[in-house]
Design a protein around this ligand. Structure first.
Ligand code: ATP
Length: 134
């Protein structure tokens, strides 16, 4: 089975590095499925998950947006934050979700803090969803 090397990198360091059979994720332009030999591509990512298929298993990583770079034999995901499903602290994500929801109830729309709270809420919901799939 052909494989492609995947690196998931954040400002805190590498989060994942392995050779996988397929990478799937949601870019801003839509769902992407990347197999070895894919044409070169750079795509901005949504807050969401990167799924890595390897030997009958799928590892799931939560990413807080960022960029995906595809070269024929490598995929690099560069994200502000990324966590393997098994590394997600569920209680922390629940607390972050509650804090964000409280701020959103208190804020007016179009306010900068509203947008910030909305993004924090999306990150927390994403972490909770990814941790459930581990
Ligand atoms: P919080 O308010 O809990 O910090 P956040 O969404 O503001 O959540 P980020 O700024 O996205 O957090 O991430 C800061 C760092 O903390 C990153 O290294 C990220 O991987 C890590 N992190 C955030 N939330 C979690 C979590 N629930 N479990 C594990 N690591 C987390």
């Amino acid at each position: 089975m052909k494989t492609i090397k995947v690196n998931v990198v954040t400002p805190d360091g590498p989060v994942y590095e392995s050779d996988v059979e397929m990478v799937s994720t949601k870019a801003k332009s839509g769902e992407l499925g990347i197999l070895p030999g894919h044409i070169p591509l750079v795509a901005p990512l949504e807050i969401g998950s990167v799924r890595l298929k390897k030997g009958g298993n799928t590892e799931i990583i939560a990413v807080s947006g960022g960029f995906l770079e595809v070269r024929p034999d490598t995929v690099t995901v560069l994200a502000q934050a990324a966590e393997k499903a098994s590394d997600i602290d569920v209680e922390r994500a629940k607390r972050a979700k509650e804090r964000a929801e409280k701020r959103l109830r208190a804020q007016q729309q179009e306010n900068i803090d509203f947008k910030r709270a909305e993004l924090a809420l999306r990150r927390a919901i994403n972490r909770l969803a990814v941790s459930e799939k581990k």
